[in-house]
Every structure is written in C-alpha cells, then in structure tokens.
Design a protein around this ligand. Structure first.
Ligand SMILES: [Zn+2]
Ligand SMILES: [Zn+2]
Length: 89
C-alpha cells in the first residue's frame, strides 16, 4: 500500500502543497504515436508550475499485441486501418 501522505508534491520555492492542474496532459503533436504525458501541478501561492511524468497505464492490444497507453488508440491498428482502407481487397 502506498502512503498517500508521502505522495504530496511540494513547491520547491515556497514549500506549499502543489495543486494538480491537469492530469495526463499530452505533450507534443497529435500526430506522434508515442506522446509524452505529464501531470501539471501549480503552486497556489507563488504560481510555480511543475511537470511530472504521468503514470502510463499501458494496455496490450488484443488484436496485434502491441503495448500502448490506455488513453490512446493502438498506433499499429490505426495504421493498419488506414492501410486497409487504401489497399484493402
Ligand atoms: Zn510556491
Ligand atoms: Zn493493435
């Protein structure tokens, strides 16, 4: 069991508890297949913004077996769908 109290993120400037502003924010373009997700925290006192790597929920695609983030579609299958549309017979 993880102790929630130790999970508190504090502002490196003033020590105030950071507030989660945006969870699993996708960095980069939507065209990237492996986008980097961050949790955005901000200090309510001094406005300091801190980024933390978001915990990735990796799931295994039942179709092709590729591991990909749970919040995104399987890149391999979406690619295959595009190719099938073009070259399907
Ligand atoms: Zn602060
Ligand atoms: Zn797949």
């Amino acid at each position: 069991m993880k102790d929630a109290a130790t999970d508190v993120k504090r502002c490196p400037v003033c020590g105030k508890e950071l507030e989660l502003q945006k969870k699993s924010y996708a960095m980069g373009s939507a065209l990237f297949t492996n986008r980097f997700h961050v949790d955005i925290y901000a200090c309510p006192r001094c406005g300091r913004v801190e980024l933390f790597a978001a915990e990735q929920d990796l799931v295994t695609c039942p179709v092709c077996g590729t591991a990909h983030p749970a919040q995104e579609k399987c890149a391999i299958c979406s690619l295959n769908a595009v190719l099938d549309g073009k070259y399907g017979r």
